[in-house]
Design a protein around this ligand. Structure first.
Ligand code: ADP
Ligand code: MG
Length: 859
């Protein structure tokens, strides 16, 4: 029974294998299964026979015995073949079980035939039929049980056992029913015993061996099976890992401690710019380092800590470029005499690093200050170089501290607005703020910000443009433009007015000359002249402001001028003010009109005096200064270069910003009516600007005022001052003067003045007429007295035209404008008579010119 069941189990177990196998394996498993089953059936029969006690001694015919075995195996093989499918159909089961049942029956009856004894066997036909039917039916049940659920795994083992038990029953049932069908009668007939043998001992031994073989086969198959599965699994795992290793995007590298590359994957080779692993392995590992000794440092650290994770390293590619790696390294101790190796895995993070570097550069090189701060408490995480430059802090003073701690916000409400906007709108655009630098200076900025995520923390990235300078430049520009406009307006009026005043003064002088000394009208005449002269001084100031007065620039020593006016200043400012001078001996010279510069100093001193009614100090300083680009940029339109500085400082009441913005305007005064005209500083401004210089005021209420005047260095030594002019008595003359002036009133005036003083006057309205007159006049012309600006031709051109035919002739120009100063006219030493002129000025200029050696050159 046991053998039958075990054999059935083995056969069934192998069925699955037969179904799965192909080719040689199929044959192998088929033979194995059939062998096991056949042996089972066969041995069940003969062991069953041992259990059967026959009345006579029994022997078995050997050839028949072996025949029964062959039939058993063959039948089992055919049945197995029929049912060995993945899915076994009902018909296959039916046919299979029929073959199986028939096989079992065949083995039984052949076995019966092999009996050799002195007994005759009788068979009950019905029971024989029943035995065969039982074999077929029970086999069918067994197969059905085994293959019912196809290849469903669950419960397959149990089902297999159950099915094997059933199959065992099929064999036994057939056998014992078959035996029941047989009956023996001892008739003493001796059968053919030629091949017979006694079965008892031999059968027991043989059947035991067969049993052992079958059982061990049954037991061994699953064990062998599991082994092979394990082996397969191992093999596929290794294959999996190898694939992982080879296809990984991360580089994997194994080296010895002394730097020999043992192994690498393709990703590793590619990361370093090699096409193949072999090529990479062939190059020494130190080639991957920009400094070979870095490798030693790295290995030394690794040997100490054994394993490194997430370290960043910058190595060298094949082409020498940088590659940034993020990796981990492990020292793997060699077991059993194997050497220790270093295993590294890494990924290429060059792109990220480059992006980071680009960001860093853009961040730090950005000319605008940028901050990244935790939001909303404002703790600084990072700031750029520009921020440090603008605020004056060192980086470590800023990082980790809040803007509040740094006292950054000059107006706390700016911060409230900033945070509020960032919270509600997510960004801030061009918010005007004021901030405090480390030194406490308050500056203005335009702030823009966004919220960003930095490592999971909400931050504000803010960029704030420092507009302090721009704003002050704008203010200065507006100021300059305003002064320009006012200057043009006042200058235009003053110029025309000046000519009229010249006529008024001139004719009142003529009247004065012609009236007898005791004439009662002489008094009125003098009043007219005096009023005219006051008016002229007013227009002169306006002209000075609008930079249109005629200057007589000479190379001067500023220190000398200061010393000159010092005495007068002391008298002017009074005892209660202390006057101090601090003059730079190595000052250098300036080119300017001496009397105008004296006027500048006097005007400033008078203002200082007015600002110090209770007394104080007045300090006049000179210095040679070199103004650099930076200064010039902050003080437009001043240009960089060498300057002579004249500074006038007082300890008076000072001015607020509003007053400072307007002091140079003509007629601006804070003084009561009658005390101030508001023309002092506008004159100063005009003179300084006309001389190519600049004036700046620094003042604070209650703290005094300092005016700084920068005049360009002349670069040549100052001239020796001219001797004083001759007294008025000797101003008369008898020479011939060619007078050219387009304005009739002025021309008439000049003619009257000249003729009254003994001169002969040739008169022309326009340059063309003057040339004609000169041609026609046969006598000598001593002086050409001409206006500078005339329609058609300038006075200068006229002089040049006449020069070839009149080589002796000298020239005196008359002008109210100075636009020609820059055309080189005032530079040359020719005589210039400024309008309006008095009788004395005109005659003195003429005499000076007549006695000098200077002539106009022909063009
Ligand atoms: P005025 O002296 O006639 O008022 P200015 O043009 O000389 O006219 O000066 C204009 C204004 O500038 C003065 O009214 C005064 O308010 C102011 N000012 C000029 N110099 C000083 C100074 N040294 N200290 C204080 N205020 C000054
Ligand atoms: Mg004044």
């Amino acid at each position: 029974m046991v053998i039958a069941i075990c054999a059935s189990y083995a056969a069934l177990d192998l069925t699955g294998r037969v179904a799965a196998a192909k080719g040689r394996a199929f044959v192998f498993w088929l033979i194995g299964g059939a062998g096991a089953m056949g042996l089972g059936i066969w041995s069940t029969f003969y062991i069953g026979m041992l259990a059967f006690r026959l009345p006579v001694p029994v022997s078995y015919d050997w050839p028949t015995v072996t025949l029964s075995l062959r039939v058993a195996i063959l039948a089992a093989a055919v049945a197995l073949y029929i049912v060995s499918h993945k899915v076994v159909s009902l018909w296959q089961t039916v046919v299979g079980s029929m073959v199986m049942g028939a096989g079992i029956a065949a083995v039984h009856f052949i076995g019966m035939e092999s009996i050799r004894s002195a007994a005759t066997r009788h068979s009950d036909g019905r029971l024989v039929g029943l035995s065969i039917a039982l074999a077929v039916v029970i086999s069918f049940v067994a197969y059905r049980l085994a293959f019912l659920a196809g290849d469903e795994k669950k419960g397959a083992g149990l089902r297999k056992i159950a099915s094997a038990v059933v199959m065992g029953f099929a064999i036994l049932a057939m056998h014992y029913t078959g035996m029941a069908a047989a009956s023996f009668t001892a008739d003493g007939m001796v059968p053919d015993m030629s091949h017979a043998m006694r079965f008892t001992m031999l059968g027991a031994a043989g059947i035991t061996i067969v049993t052992i073989v079958i059982l061990s086969l049954v037991l061994l198959i699953p064990v062998f099976d599991r082994r092979s599965a394990q082996f397969q699994e191992l093999e596929s795992a290794e294959q999996r890992y190898r694939l992982l290793y080879e296809r990984s995007l991360a580089g994997v590298l194994r080296t010895t401690l002394d730097g020999r590359i043992l192994d690498c994957n393709l990703a590793c080779a590619r990361i370093f710019g090699y096409a193949t692993c072999e090529e990479f392995i062939a190059s020494p590992i130190t080639d991957r380092y920009f400094h070979p000794e870095d490798r030693n440092t790295f290995m030394a650290i690794l040997q100490r800590v054994k394993s490194l994770t997430s370290y960043e390293q910058c190595l060298r590619r094949k082409d020498g470029s940088k590659v940034w790696l993020l990796g981990s390294a492990n020292l793997v101790d060699g077991k059993g005499g194997a050497r220790t190796v270093n295993e590294e895995t890494f990924v290429d993070i060059t792109e990220g690093k480059n992006a980071e570097e680009t960001f860093r550069k853009a961040f730090n090189a950005n000319p605008e200050p940028i901050t990244i701060a935790a939001f909303p408490e404002g703790r600084f995480i990072d700031v750029n170089d520009s921020f440090l430059r603008v605020t004056g802090y060192a980086r470590e003073e800023v990082i980790g501290r809040t803007s509040k701690e740094l006292n950054f916000w000059a107006r706390p409400e700016d911060r409230v607005t900033f945070v509020e906007k960032l919270k509600t709108q997510g960004s801030v655009r061009d918010l005007e703020i004021t901030f405090r630098t480390k030194s406490g200076e308050i500056r203005e900025a335009v702030d823009s910000a966004e919220t960003i995520d930095v490592g999971g923390q909400e931050c504000a990235i803010a960029i704030f443009r420092d507009v302090t300078e721009r704003k002050s430049l704008e203010k200065q520009l507006r100021q300059t433009q305003k002064m320009e406009a006012v200057g043009q307006l006042s200058g235009g009026i003053a110029h025309d007015f000046n000519n009229l005043l010249g006529v008024i003064i001139g004719y009142s002088e003529i009247l004065e000359q012609r009236l007898p000394p005791d004439d009662p009208l002489l008094k009125e005449c003098l009043q007219i002249k005096k009023a005219g002269q006051s008016a002229a001084s007013l227009t002169r100031q306006l002209l000075a402001f609008s930079r249109q007065q005629v200057l007589d620039p000479k190379v001067l020593d500023l220190n000398g001028i200061v010393l000159n006016v010092q005495k007068m200043l002391r008298r002017l400012i009074g005892e209660h003010i202390e006057l101090k001078t601090n003059l730079d001996p190595a000052l250098g010279s300036v080119k300017a009109d001496q009397s105008q510069i004296e006027q500048v100093i006097l005007n400033l001193a008078v203002n200082a005096r007015d600002a110090m009614p209770q007394g104080g100090k007045l300090l006049i300083e000179t210095a040679k200064v070199e103004l650099d680009e930076d200064y010039a940029r902050r003080h437009p339109p001043q240009e960089p270069g060498a300057y002579v500085l004249l500074s006038v400082a007082d300890t008076g009441i000072g001015m607020d910003a509003e007053t400072q913005a307007r002091i140079f305007e003509p007629f601006f005064t804070t003084k009561e009516i009658g005390k101030g005209t508001g023309l002092g500083l506008s004159t100063v401004y005009g003179v300084v600007r006309q001389s190519g210089g600049h004036i700046w005021v620094y003042s604070e209420l209650g703290l005094g005022t300092t005016f700084k005047i920068y005049l360009p260095c002349a670069g040549q030594p100052a001239r020796v001052q001219q001797p004083p002019a001759a007294p008025a008595e000797s101003l008369r003359g008898s020479e011939t003067i060619l007078l050219v002036e387009d304005e009739e009133a002025l021309r008439g005036l000049a003619r009257s003045l000249l003729e009254d003083s003994g001169y002969t006057v040739l008169e022309a309205e326009l340059p063309e007429a003057a040339i004609e007159t000169a041609l026609q006049h046969s006598g000598k012309i001593h002086v050409l007295l001409t206006d500078l600006v005339m329609p058609g031709m300038t006075g200068k051109d006229l002089a040049a035209k006449l020069a070839p035919t009149r080589p002796e002739m000298k020239v005196v120009f008359m002008s109210g404008y100075t636009s020609f100063t820059h055309a080189g006219l005032a530079d040359s030493e020719i005589a210039l008579l400024t309008k309006p002129f008095t009788r004395e000025k005109l005659l003195r200029k003429l005499r000076e010119t007549l006695e000098s050696e200077i002539k106009v050159e022909a063009k």
